[in-house]
Design a protein around this ligand. Structure first.
Ligand code: ADP
Ligand code: MG
Length: 349
């Protein structure tokens, strides 16, 4: 992307800050009734009729993304996704975002156009307004900070701390693919360094790469839960792997849990590619990241309403706090779940 022809490289300095902001944001229209004042004043004005949910994520080049395989358009899209995913995890509807960028003079205007094209595509798909932001320079690299706002009826908001003993633990979609997608992209980057003419066949990894480069947030889930008349007792989005997230729920809800290894949903590409990398697919699901699926608990009486849904899997249940947090392996061994990793060599507890 940055290797565009010279004719396509307009230095940011040739535009000036105000012209640049105007140029990047001119196509953003207002879709939400709650957006009273959008880009162009000292601050935006919002009038949410329900409760307002707010979340922020900061993405740093070299830490959270690598532009050698992440096209800027995808980066823009993904920056929005990671934020709206947090809003859905509150059982809320995202409505607005602000976008702040710090950018070095290594980036031409065309690069920012790509980034904003991705942001605009995501804003359209998730039906949110881009209502402001900030633009500044950096000495090195690119930083993007997005703040998302959403709304939710007071009685519908779902926190991490409501899981109760005997509740079922549910998960949307499948896990581990985005982590493996990153491993594939890293591998191809190394191969490319050695042999720039190599033509990798990435078809066997298409799902993994898509999950890494173009993830989606589960906007269908809060809607589905509402239609089914199910309010989760707790919910979190899976950004850091299943272990960390289930531990957050258990810690904040002051409960224990039992998760079953054979119930953790995995895509066939995750299974074959883990084998290729000599890695355990369960470890990847537990400790990978960037899945942006939703992990939630429901009371047992709500189970009949949800059980027919193919994109939701029951993976365990909630226990008394004294029972601890464990995984039952395929071999029927009980292993404590620990944040960022569990060891298959641990003894029975
Ligand atoms: P101020 O000096 O008051 O901070 P700015 O000149 O930074 O104002 O911004 C002017 C308008 O453009 C504001 O509405 C601001 O929210 C918006 N804006 C600035 N940068 C961005 C950006 N990167 N993306 C979207 N909106 C932006
Ligand atoms: Mg400003």
């Amino acid at each position: 992307m940055l290797e565009n022809k010279d004719s396509l490289k307009t230095p940011i300095s040739s535009m000036g800050e105000f012209a640049l902001i105007e140029h990047l944001t001119k196509h953003f229209d207002v879709k939400q009734n709650s957006t009273i004042k959008s880009i162009g004043d000292d601050a935006a004005v919002i009038d949410h009729k329900k409760q307002t949910v707010v979340t922020t994520d900061l993405l740093i080049e070299g830490v959270h993304f690598d532009l050698s395989y992440m096209p800027l358009k995808h980066l823009g899209y993904k920056s929005v996704v990671v934020n709206v995913s947090d809003i859905f995890a509150m059982n809320a509807t995202p409505t607005q975002i602000t976008v702040s960028i710090a950018v070095s003079n290594r980036f031409p205007v065309e690069a920012l156009e790509e980034l904003y094209a991705g942001i605009a595509t995501a804003a359209k798909y998730y039906n949110i307004d881009v209502i402001g932001g900030d633009t500044t320079s950096s000495t090195h690299g690119l930083m993007i900070s997005i703040t998302a706002l959403g709304e939710v009826a007071k009685e519908q908001v779902v926190y991490r701390d409501g899981a109760k003993e005997n509740d079922l633990v549910l998960l949307t979609g499948d896990l581990g693919a985005a982590y493996l997608g990153l491993q594939i992209l890293e591998r191809e980057k190394q191969v490319f360094k050695v042999n720039p003419n190599s033509q990798p066949d990435l078809e066997p990894y298409s799902y993994l790469i898509e999950r890494q480069l173009k993830p989606e947030a589960r906007k269908d889930i809060p809607k589905l839960l509402k239609e089914l008349g199910v309010k989760p007792t707790s919910m979190i989005d899976v950004s850091d792997g299943l272990s960390s997230e289930i531990l957050h729920i258990c810690k904040q809800s002051k409960v224990g849990c039992m998760i079953y290894e054979d119930k953790i949903p995995l895509d066939p590409q995750v299974i074959t590619t883990s084998e290729e990398f000599n890695m355990d697919s369960t470890t990847i699901a537990l400790n990978g990241g960037e899945d942006y699926e939703l992990l939630f608990t429901i009371s047992q009486e709500d189970y009949p309403k949800i059980k027919a849904n193919p994109s939701i899997t029951v993976i365990g249940h909630i226990l008394k706090p004294t029972e601890g947090t464990h995984l039952i392996t395929r071999g029927d061994t009980k292993i404590p779940i620990i944040a960022r990793g569990w060891s298959a060599t641990q003894e029975n507890q």
